[in-house]
Design a protein around this ligand. Structure first.
Ligand SMILES: Nc1ncnc2c1ncn2[C@@H]1O[C@H](COP(=O)(O)OP(=O)(O)O)[C@@H](O)[C@H]1O
Ligand SMILES: [Mg+2]
Length: 253
């Protein structure tokens, strides 16, 4: 069965891209066929996988607007089992030109439906703003994973996400479900981290919290080299944490 996941949170800097890239890589290292789709015009996930050239016409924008074949758009990475559809600044033009068209929200979902079932996981990295692209990714997904910093201001963002997903479920996609909260920038020893986790459990139930990602400098450095954590520092806490989360996601059907 093909699983379609969005890594989403309306707060910027919550670890979405780091999570999308390294979960994708971890699942691919475990032998799964993974397609990462970068829906953020800032293209950080694209850059994190060392794809700089952004060859003309080989990105998500072209796929959505020019009806190109998927095979022409999908990029290879350092792993045979990991492919990516890159983002580019042009996605901003997609927002501008299509945001008034209601059907545009379904374009990504329809496109993803054409993607071969050879991919066991399709994973969306999403922008922080509530854009057409962000909504489109959620409409195309069955599962949402929310990376979230464990401080109190982040709780507000979580409540907004829960509301948004409820709306998307009602209007577009009855299958969508929040499958996990991933605590990011986690500092084990602080009381605050722990009390926030307890608060989330109170609201969303115990099974919802996945293994936390600790603050780890290698995770911040790796994208600068166009590398995943497994290429950059496979012995780091970051690599351990993301591998553990990937296993949890694999088990969470
Ligand atoms: N666990 C972590 N430890 C240290 N730095 C991190 C960690 N996770 C992410 N970062 C860094 O924090 C910044 C924001 O993370 P990012 O994944 O880009 O968030 P988002 O996509 O939600 O904006 C980036 O510079 C990233 O490299
Ligand atoms: Mg990002």
């Amino acid at each position: 069965m093909q699983r379609i996941l969005s890594i989403s949170n309306r707060k910027g800097g919550s670890g979405k891209t780091t999570t999308a890239v390294n979960i994708s890589a971890a699942l691919a290292h475990m032998g799964n066929n993974v397609l990462l789709i970068d829906t953020d015009p800032q293209a950080h996930a694209t850059l994190s996988l060392g794809i700089k050239s952004r060859e003309k016409g080989k990105d998500l924008y072209t796929l959505l607007t020019n009806g190109k074949q998927l095979g022409e758009i999908i990029h290879d990475t350092y792993l045979k089992t990991l492919k990516i559809i890159p983002a580019s600044r042009k996605l901003t033009a997609f927002e501008r030109d299509f945001s008034k068209m209601k059907e545009a929200r379904l374009l990504l979902a329809n496109t993803v439906e054409r993607i071969s079932s050879e991919f066991e996981y399709i994973i969306f990295d999403t922008p922080p703003t509530l854009t057409l692209m962000n909504i489109s990714a959620l409409i195309a997904s069955n599962e949402v994973f929310i990376p979230m910093q464990t401080h109190f201001l982040a709780m507000e963002g979580l409540a907004e996400m829960v509301q948004l997903i409820n709306q998307i479920r009602k209007i577009y996609n009855p299958n969508i479900k929040i499958k996990g909260i991933i605590p990011t920038f986690f500092k084990e020893k602080t009381k605050l981290s722990r009390s926030i986790i307890l608060e989330i459990i109170k609201n969303l139930g115990k099974g919802i919290i996945l293994h936390p990602v600790r603050v780890n400098i290698s995770l911040a450095e790796a994208p600068g080299y166009g590398k995943t954590i497994f290429q950059y520092n496979a012995k780091s806490n970051g690599a351990y944490d993301y591998l553990t989360i990937a296993k949890q996601i694999k088990d969470k059907l």
